[in-house]
Design a protein around this ligand. Sequence first.
Ligand SMILES: [Zn+2]
Length: 107
Amino acid sequence: MGWDFDIGVEEHVTCRGCSGDNCHPLRVRVNQGGKVTQVDHERVHSETAVPSGRGTSVAIEFSCEDCLATFFVAFQFHKGVTYTGRAPGIPDVRQVSEGGLPAMWRD
Ligand SMILES: [Zn+2]
């Protein structure tokens, strides 16, 4: 089953730091009241964290190819309203020990 995306060339993720266009997805984090499920290039795992608010959040972390900044594009669902925004990336022990979290995919 595939999705029928309606992708416009003018609608794409840009870097929070330098406004560059070459941003690569690193991981997806879903926070449901402090129960977090994360998907990255090699695994799916669960952990506990601070709740992201009363509702659920879905955040995709990106890395900028140009300035190496990491940042999230996030969606917060609360009482039928979906909010969206961007935030700085969060440290990952693998980023420190392995020289960076690899992208989920590249083409
Ligand atoms: Zn950048």
